[in-house]
Write a protein that binds this ligand. Sequence first.
Ligand code: SAJ
Length: 445
Amino acid sequence: MTAEKTMGCAVVGLGYVGLPLAVQAAQAGYLVYGVDVNEEKVEQLKQGKSDVLDVPSHVVAELVASGLFFPSTDFSSLQEADAVVICVPTPLRKSKDPDMSYVLSAIRFFKPYLRRGHLVVVESTVYPGATEELIRPELEEGGLKVGRDFFLAFSPERVDPANRVYGIKNTPKVVGGVTPECTKRAVEFYSSFVDEVVPVSSARAAEMVKLLENVFRAVNIALINETAIMCDRMGIDVWEVIEAAASKPFGFMPFYPGPGIGGHCIPVDPIYLSWKAKSMGYHHRFIELATDINSEMPNYVVGKISEILNLKAKAIRGSRILLLGVAYKPDVGDVRESPALEIYHLLRERGALVDYHDPYVESFKYLETSVRSVELNQDNVQNYDLLVLTTNHSCFDYRWLADHAELIFDTRNGFKNVEGSNIFRIGAPLPKASGVPAGAGYECS
Ligand code: SAJ
């Protein structure tokens, strides 16, 4: 610790974005004031317990014990900080419009403690222009002027849960200020604990960078989902096609079909952009189309389930179906927007007897009840008419599952290294029950 006052920073919102950031700043020597409105979460953090997958509890415990990390529900601690970073959720309303209420609430709680010299950075994903048009006026209400008295910037979060290679320190950080001095101060702040900082000319440019990154993913996932549906119809195995296309060393990036898209970013962020575009009279067709295709995938999966059961002369109604994995992506326990939950609902609606097994997800709420993960063993795996792989966790024993399950529908290619006539994959043709060769069709006269 240096003799002069150690720089203080504050992180508002201690979730999957805020907590890793708080930890990285504390490990770089900052006094970090972590503020969250969730009292239970703050209490757990004070006791050195982390509820964020990528932040081990012992790391939190050490930082709390060393007096470098102060979790609290009290916004007044923000006046102690030199930099304040906002990392609260930006979901969608039921009307599919951006819900900025968490950001505005955080700003309004913080406002009384805004002081000269403060650097304020928004990391929550917002629509282009939000930092300048919505947040700046809130903060200037007390008379302080941005770029002179305090400094305001946007810096997109690039947290990729369960990514073992990239974390806060080694993921380049884009930063855009409301004024050049704001950009400069934000660059200085992040440069003290992130290896590479990428300044852009404005906050709205930085907001757009984030949305481009995630629209890029949503559109390409929709493209490969639609390609999978096409390949199935044409009797082509999309997984073989992707693997071969990925042999191209330039100009191609593989994406993979699945049961739909989940998480709090890819299904949501593009709609922030299309909403803003629409408010300016522009219809962003790619986002609408990608959203339609990706959100239609659970229905498509249930249609394939019906076809597969049909091979055994079974209907969905009354069939015992086990979903393998309900988290929105492998090796995480987060079920937000997970397509597996939609598939569970659709199967229940059609009268199937549905269970799920997910070692990362103990239970989830369904229609006022709590549905719990079932144990999977030699005795019960054979009780199911069909296993559906909806999340390809690395811990699953795919060989064992293939050897013991009656039928398997693989929506993630988790069984790619396992042979078995009882395994069917999304985007690959099913044997036609009537013996009609895959890809055949009637001739239009
Ligand atoms: N998915 C596919 N096919 C693919 C890739 C993903 O179906 O080829 C599905 C996933 O299963 C998941 C959803 O899409 O349900 C989102 O996948 P994701 O890998 O984008 O997962 P996120 O939302 O946890 O992480 C993303 C970040 N991912 C990567 O960079 C790999 C990145 O887009 C953002 O930094 C982050 O969200 C965010 O917070 O915006």
